[in-house]
Design a protein around this ligand. Structure first.
Ligand SMILES: [Zn+2]
Ligand SMILES: [Zn+2]
Length: 305
């Protein structure tokens, strides 16, 4: 099953040095989930071949402009392109008011239903549960209400061992029971144990998206042991005072989060406009957490590789 994230925007606050405000497209089993939607997200989707029409779920972490100012434009384009299937938005409640206002004064009635699921920055909640994944909100500590999102793959069915199954005359209708762990009883009464006929599927993977936040242990437990941790790293650690003042994290702190929560891999982003190049941020994070990568726009990270 596909589980990968493409970076569309990695800049904090403003577009600069060819970097765009935050947005990511998560592909789970060929279904697209958009995470944040900064200004320029539509252009980035065109550039990196992310089909907007295939997005059914949009997650907005908080209402600072660098995380949602591209949203109304995207909703409008979907309308103009003839979308009729529903779109779900997971966001702070105030976003509905903003969207409604913009649609009202442009006298636009969207052709498709917009369904909202409101997030609550005071507690973690299950936002989505479908056949492929679950998504929980992650309450963060920012200047305004902000949540991250935890995407967890569901445990998949066991896999049949072809060579063992062939020649046993097991009815095909029984295959789904085998995949769920059932033993098979031969016509002569002999019991074939499930683990001789199937193998376990790989462990479910998890992607934690930690948007803007102060370094704060309150969310560590919820994101422990994830396969890939995206964490903002707005500043170098020599700007720690500024990070604290603006409720952001330094690259060193982001690496520390990955270390303490046993992330398998770390992705840092949300880079301040003061950094023309990003090597220093990467080096600082790698000094304590070597498995760190930069959220470079256009790059796709396979979760689990
Ligand atoms: Zn931001
Ligand atoms: Zn912010």
């Amino acid at each position: 099953m596909k589980f990968e994230v493409t970076i569309l925007g990695s800049s904090s606050a403003t577009p600069i040095f060819n970097r765009n405000p935050t947005s990511q497209a998560l592909n789970v089993n060929d279904r697209l989930y958009l995470i944040d939607c900064g200004e320029g997200t539509q252009q980035q989707m065109l550039r990196f071949d992310i089909k907007a029409s295939r997005i059914d779920h949009i997650f907005i972490s908080h209402l600072h402009g660098d995380h949602y100012l591209g949203l109304v434009g995207l909703l409008s384009s979907l309308h103009l392109n003839g979308r009729i299937k529903p779109l779900k938005i997971y966001c702070p409640p105030q976003l509905k008011e903003i969207v409604d206002l913009q649609l009202r004064y442009s006298e636009t009635t969207l052709q498709y239903p917009l369904d909202y699921v409101f997030t609550n920055a005071d507690k973690a909640e299950m936002l989505l549960d479908n056949q492929d994944i679950t998504v929980e909100s992650i309450p963060l500590n920012h200047r305004i209400s902000c949540t991250g999102f935890l995407f967890k793959e569901k445990k998949r069915l066991r896999k049949l061992i072809k060579e063992k199954i062939e020649g046993l005359e097991i009815p095909i209708a029984y295959y789904s029971a085998l995949k769920k762990g059932a033993d098979f009883i031969m016509p002569n009464g002999e019991v074939l144990k499930n683990d001789t006929l199937t193998i376990d599927s790989s462990d479910p993977k998890a992607y934690a998206y930690c948007s803007d936040t102060l370094y704060d242990e309150m969310y560590f437990k919820q994101i422990s042991d994830v396969t890939l941790l995206y964490h903002e790293a707005t500043f170098l650690n020599n700007m720690l005072d500024r990070a604290i003042e603006t409720h952001h994290t330094t690259a060193l702190q982001a690496a520390n989060v990955a270390l303490i929560t046993h992330a398998r891999k770390l992705l840092i982003g949300h880079f301040s406009a003061r950094y023309k190049t990003l090597n220093e941020l990467l080096d600082e994070a790698r000094s304590i957490f070597p498995e760190t990568e930069l959220a470079i726009e256009g790059r796709t990270f396979v979760i689990g590789e």
